[in-house]
Design a protein around this ligand. Structure first.
Ligand SMILES: [Fe+2]
Length: 334
């Protein structure tokens, strides 16, 4: 295997991870978790849908929760492109690749293109969204962890190499990657468009499934405050992993599961990576997953994730060489 080459002049201009849509069983329980505990701002809501944004976001929404029957699932992830012309170029790119690409109506968004990536992930692209007040200095509106903005998604996919090659062909650049010790096989691939460590991360596992959506928070004390508040509000068991410190990306983090089992990450302290000479940072698996000062992840963190609507997960193609997924998980959860 080889590390894919970056494409500096991509076929269309994706600017950043933008939003995601999750289905939930009980919207009032979700509201309690995301608004009363985490501190999201409500941009709009009705009986069946809540549109949320972080305090630093002027876009209408970065997280949409839709009440639905059945197993809670991820409906789609969203990416922003820069111009309307980029949307047309994206339509041609996906159509030429033989992948689904169609125009759809999406509330509070401009023209929206719904596509499937090479792994089967439902993705939607838009260039514009309704604008809302940016509340980053409206301190009276700040609450909980004070989520600032959506930063990235992590997906479990059966073939990380294939997913990485496809997204790099759209101009995403590899910032960091984890390989089995002494190899260049891609176990984890961290890809970015906006100039910080990642907009989308691919990890090995049955998929495609949404592992988490990540939101930045302002200060380190917010990690502990939101965990204290979670316990106070009866959400103690929803704190899944952390607070802790990542190796790749260098972030402080905490992962929480919402009332439907969807996972979100709260993090801070990402760094800047955008210059043309910036090469991907390689991590040996034994180093990347070595426990720093936090307690180790539970096994569920590696294997549990939200299914996408109408997408049947496929098992990973890994045959156990040079490192099986189970061996990797065992090394990280010890
Ligand atoms: Fe993350």
């Amino acid at each position: 295997m080889t590390i894919p080459k970056p494409v500096y002049n991509p076929p269309f201009n994706v600017t950043r991870a933008s939003h995601c849509v999750l289905t939930v069983k009980d919207l009032s329980a979700s509201r309690s978790f995301y608004v009363d505990l985490i501190g999201f701002i409500v941009s709009d809501e009705d009986k069946s849908t809540i549109y949320l944004r972080g305090v630093a976001e002027a876009c209408h929404h970065s997280l949409v929760l839709k009440q639905a029957r059945g197993e809670p699932q991820a409906e789609r992830i969203g990416m922003r492109v820069f111009t309307e012309e980029d949307l047309d170029k994206a339509k041609a790119f996906f159509s030429n690749a033989g992948l689904p690409a169609k125009w759809v109506e999406a509330a509070h968004q401009g023209r929206t293109l719904a596509v499937r990536d090479a792994s089967g992930v439902p993705v939607e692209l838009c260039a514009t969204m309704e604008v809302k007040p940016r509340l980053v200095v409206a301190f009276g509106e700040h609450h909980g962890a004070v989520p600032q903005r959506l930063d990235h998604f992590q997906l479990l996919v059966p073939d990380v190499q294939k997913a990485c090659e496809f997204w790099m062909s759209m101009g995403f650049r590899l910032s960091e990657y984890i390989s089995p010790d002494g190899t260049d096989e891609l176990l984890f691939a961290f890809l970015q468009r906006k100039g910080n460590p990642h907009d989308i991360v691919f990890a090995p596992g049955a998929g495609p499934r949404l592992h988490h959506a990540a939101f930045s928070i302002p200060e380190s004390y917010h990690f502990f405050y939101v965990c204290d508040l979670a316990a106070e509000m009866g959400f103690a068991d929803n704190v899944e992993f952390g607070p802790g410190r990542h190796g790749p990306g260098h972030a402080l983090f905490v992962y929480l599961r919402d009332p439907d089992g969807h996972r979100i990450e709260l993090f801070n302290t990402h760094y800047q990576v955008m210059d043309i000479e910036n090469e991907p940072m390689r991590w040996d698996a034994s180093v990347a997953m070595k426990r720093r000062w936090q307690l180790p992840a539970r096994r569920q963190w590696f294997v549990e994730a939200s299914r996408f609507v109408d997408v049947e997960p496929r098992e990973g193609a890994r045959k156990g060489e040079p490192m099986s997924l189970e061996k990797f998980i065992a090394s990280a959860t010890r």
